[in-house]
Design a protein around this ligand. Structure first.
Ligand SMILES: N[C@@H](CCC(=O)N[C@@H](CS)C(=O)NCC(=O)O)C(=O)O
Length: 194
């Protein structure tokens, strides 16, 4: 399989999840401005959506959307899934919240815009991170090892640091734990971030 990613984009979550899972996969960077892959291919021939992540499976089928890609990775690799009758549903609950609320709230930060819009987004994000942190009592969201949900949350925490969004101490601690993981370091190094 092959992951199409862009450095420091949300696709870093999928990149880390695949590394954490011990999966064997190829990866290729995409220039999101020109929509060209590192090998010069028009990325829209891989995914008409033109955004990352895109994961091309060994069957030739292409998966897009972080929630779907991360859920698929968890379905294939129990190491990054959550067990139990509600395990998958709880993970989807968090992935959906991150995707539809937190990820979306970052949008004004990535584009030139008014300072008051950015301040508003920062306040919204701070409240959203508080909500995620509420009741967090374990090292990671679902226990003592990271699942795909932590991988996505981690990228949002990196973005929070980049854009000076305040986050609760418990989430900073989770981020530090993720920072130290070999799989995270491999993915970050691959993306030129370390
Ligand atoms: N709905 C998509 C959004 C993915 C997304 O926003 N990707 C960004 C990078 S974080 C991107 O590729 N943006 C380039 C573009 O939209 O042209 C998902 O959840 O996977």
């Amino acid at each position: 399989m092959k992951l199409y990613y862009s450095p420091f984009a949300c696709s870093l979550a999928d990149h880390i999840a695949l590394e954490e899972a011990g999966a064997s996969f190829e990866r290729e960077a995409v220039d999101l401005e020109t929509k060209r892959t590192a090998s010069g291919r028009d990325f829209r021939t891989v995914s008409a959506k033109g955004y990352v992540p895109a994961l091309v499976l060994d069957s030739g089928e292409t998966l897009t959307e972080n929630v779907a890609v991360l859920d698929w990775i968890a379905s294939q690799y129990p190491a990054v899934a959550v067990a139990g009758p509600l395990g998958r549903t709880r993970v989807l609950e968090v992935l959906s919240y991150i995707s539809s609320e937190i990820h979306r709230s970052f949008k004004p930060m990535w584009h030139p815009g008014r300072d008051d819009e950015k301040a508003g987004a920062r306040a919204t994000l701070a409240a959203q991170f508080e909500l995620i942190a509420h009741g967090l009592k374990t090292d990671y969201l679902f226990g003592d090892r990271p699942s795909v949900a932590d991988c996505y949350l981690y990228v949002m925490l990196l973005w929070a640091a980049r854009f000076h969004v305040p986050v609760p101490a418990s989430l900073n601690a989770l981020r530090n734990r993720m920072d130290a993981r070999p799989a995270v370091r491999v993915a970050m190094t691959d993306e030129g971030l370390l």
